[in-house]
Design a protein around this ligand. Structure first.
Ligand code: FES
Length: 446
């Protein structure tokens, strides 16, 4: 409340205004926090979501607790807590039905539901509903503080002004001694793990030590008791308390507090919005499923990089075509009988042809379009399967479209007496021209 007794509008649109969604309210809350302005109470937030005027915007409007008799701050704070905050956290019928089905929700399911509600401009699940869906007991964190204030209002003030000084445990001292600094996300993950395992979380001093930062008692993310009590007990007292310089800048908002419960989607991660909404900066849970997902993602990355590296490496290798040798030995002339021998057709694409006075090698390629003819021993001829060209036993064409006889390969006697064939040098008999079949090297005498 301001000095003239009115509430602080902050960056809220002026009245009349439409209903505000959770993200706008969260932004306003974050702005107020940065600017040390009184935070919006749950009643304020509900009014903003419902499109209703704030109490100071109503004609003759008074703060919800203004009816209480004027009294010193401590007395006001000690007044019994109004019913409004508790009423705001009633579990809706919809959630009650879900709970009645005996179905427990996971935190990620709740986060998804909150996001969906935000998209649809539906009211977010409150802390009581979240606790019910998680199957956990709902204990408003600010409530004990409020009752403490009721029981001993005078004693509450000193508690609020004296920050608790934590000490660093032996385990953390050992970690720090290793000289390794922890990141905030690592600490958040460790805290989550400790919570799952029912272990005591790191305290402020231990967190500061792990971060390698100086420890200032009360400066870390701890609930501000005075603010929580005042906001919960009476909005009138809450505003001065929140604006008090005793609350340091950057103090986090307790997520489960009644008066400071988050608004909007309970984001996870390290975003400013998440911190402003009082949500712990933690990533996905370190469970079996997420570990499997991480392994799969890394395997996919590794496979992609490996394939990419192999392709890159292959780029530097020559594109070599391995062809059979063009010069080779086919044994001794005595190894062959008269007629056509086809034993080298598959390997060297040649036929060895022996006549009474010479031995020569026919290159098995049709002179029409290059098909490989077949030797037909029963018909004593070569027959091309492509277009029907026919050649006699010496490879001379006599039918079909072949324009000339099949070529003959160069032959000579190697030093060891074997026949050395070279198919890179061919002898031809072009149509209407002299034959090369009688040239030296076109045949061997037998
Ligand atoms: S390729 Fe042999 S007949 Fe045409």
């Amino acid at each position: 409340m301001t000095e003239d007794g009115k509430g602080v509008r902050g960056r809220l649109p002026a009245w009349p205004r439409q209903a505000l969604n959770s993200s706008v309210i969260a932004a306003e809350q974050a702005y107020r926090k940065r600017s040390s302005l009184p935070l919006l109470t749950d009643a304020d937030i509900e009014a903003l979501k419902a499109g209703q005027p704030m109490w100071w915007e109503q004609e003759g409007g008074t703060p919800p607790a203004a009816a209480a008799p004027a009294a010193p701050a401590a007395v006001v704070a000690a007044a019994p807590p109004p019913a409004a905050p508790a009423a705001a956290l009633v579990v809706s019928e919809e959630v009650q039905k879900i709970v009645a089905q005996g179905k427990k929700w996971s935190k990620s399911s709740i986060a998804a539901e909150q996001a969906k509600r935000k998209r649809n401009n539906a009211p977010a699940l409150n802390d009581a509903e979240v606790a019910a869906l998680l199957g956990e007991p709902y204990v408003p964190s600010a409530a004990p503080a409020a009752s403490a204030a009721v029981a001993a209002p005078v004693a509450a003030a000193p508690v609020a002004s004296a920050p608790v000084v934590y000490t660093v445990g032996e385990e953390v001292k050992k970690m720090v001694a290793l000289g390794k600094k922890w990141s905030k996300s690592s600490i958040a993950a460790e805290q989550a793990k400790r919570k799952r395992n029912n272990l005591p979380p790191f305290n402020e001093a231990e967190v500061a030590a792990l971060l390698g930062e100086p420890y200032v008692p009360g400066a870390a993310a701890t609930p501000a008791p005075a603010a929580a009590v005042a906001v919960t007990a009476a909005p009138v007292a809450a505003r001065p308390a929140a604006a008090s310089p005793a609350v340091p800048q950057g103090t986090s908002v307790a997520r489960s507090g009644v008066s400071t419960s988050y608004v909007g989607t309970p984001a996870v991660g390290t975003s400013k919005a998440a911190r402003a909404g009082g949500v712990a900066s933690v990533g996905p849970e370190d469970n079996e499923i997420n570990q499997g997902r991480r392994r799969f993602a890394w395997a996919a990355v590794a496979a992609f990089l490996t394939a990419w590296f192999l392709a890159f490496f292959r780029f530097f290798l020559p594109r070599t075509l391995f062809e059979p040798a063009t010069s080779f030995k086919i044994g001794y002339p005595e190894d062959y009988g008269l007629g056509v021998d086809t034993k080298w057709q598959q390997r060297f694409r040649i036929w060895v042809d022996k006549t009474p006075d010479r031995i020569f090698v026919i290159y098995a390629r049709c002179t029409h379009l290059g098909c490989t003819p077949d030797w037909k021993p029963s018909e004593n001829k070569f027959k091309c399967p492509c277009h029907g060209s026919g050649y006699d036993s010496e490879g001379i064409n006599f039918e079909g479209p072949a324009p000339r006889p099949m070529d003959r390969a160069h032959v000579e006697v190697a030093p060891d007496g074997q026949i050395l064939v070279d198919v890179s040098k061919l002898y031809q008999w072009p149509k209407g021209q002299p034959t090369q079949f009688n040239d030296d090297g076109a045949y061997l005498r037998t």
